[in-house]
Write a protein that binds this ligand. Structure first.
Ligand SMILES: [Zn+2]
Length: 255
């Protein structure tokens, strides 16, 4: 049995028996961990409200080889991010980032320091985004997270032959190839859809941590579709990404 102390973010919380909770944590050193917070639902629990969804803190838990559920012994809460629960757009975007971490952070045994930092930073950005731009912040966070796990799309040059592509033109995008494709290679790779120059510029800016102007509704929906298709090709294990589907359905609804 090993006692672990690590930075962590609460990704999912579920009631367990009468007084406890099972919490899924993204951790800096140990990927995604399921931990049992005994007594967390009791009024005077030592965990208080520290285990709220999307909160960050320093978690302490005991890991046993072969056991899927570890015992959470402490959670020193450093950031609550309550505003994510207070607004449906923010909540939908934050849930997608949490879903990416839940689904993919543990797929690789290497600790992904950068992805862990991007997870926290993206949740902060969605929480503090100006009104009506939390969707753009969440899209930016999702692409950065994907890139930190090593699946970032190629946008400035052909993903097959490497030739540079002019920035101000529409470019065919190949999910299979993982990026835009030049006119020559377009015959050799399956191409999903054409990526307009402004959409390509937006994703490049997000990946470079540059601010992007708010998108029109149609452009938002096109970005969501592209992200969903990309994740499906590159990272999916066949299961649907429910938070992503819910986010997309929400954007399709008339305001
Ligand atoms: Zn090419």
């Amino acid at each position: 049995m090993t006692l672990v102390t690590t930075d962590a973010v609460v990704l999912h919380v579920q009631d367990y028996l009468e007084s406890s909770r099972i919490v899924r944590l993204a951790t800096r050193e140990h990927g995604v961990q399921s931990v049992l917070a005994r007594g967390a639902r009791r009024p005077r629990s030592r965990f208080g409200s520290s285990l709220d969804l999307f909160a960050s803190g320093v978690a302490q838990f005991t890991m046993k080889p072969g056991r899927e559920l570890s015992n959470l012994t402490g959670f020193d809460h450093t950031r609550s991010r309550m505003s994510l629960a207070a607004d449906l757009d923010r909540f939908a975007g934050a849930s997608v980032i949490a879903e990416l971490a839940l689904r993919f952070a543990h797929a690789d045994p290497d600790p992904h320091d950068e992805a862990f930092d991007i997870l926290g930073r993206s949740l902060d950005e969605i929480a503090h985004a100006p009104p009506d731009t939390s969707t753009e912040s969440a899209l930016a966070g999702a692409w950065r997270y994907v890139a930190a796990l090593g699946f970032g799309p190629t946008l400035d040059r052909c993903c097959a032959c490497g030739v540079e592509l002019v920035a101000d033109r529409v470019a065919p995008f190949s999910h299979q190839g993982g990026g835009v494709v030049c006119a020559k290679c377009v015959r050799t790779l399956p191409v999903g859809r054409d990526l307009p120059a402004d959409a390509r510029a937006a994703i490049s800016s997000w990946l470079a941590n540059e601010p992007v102007s708010p998108l029109a509704d149609l452009a938002r929906r096109a970005h969501l579709r592209l992200l969903r298709e990309f994740l499906h090709h590159h990272m999916s294990d066949g299961r649907t990404l429910r938070a992503l589907d819910g986010w997309e359905a929400r954007l399709r609804r008339p305001a």
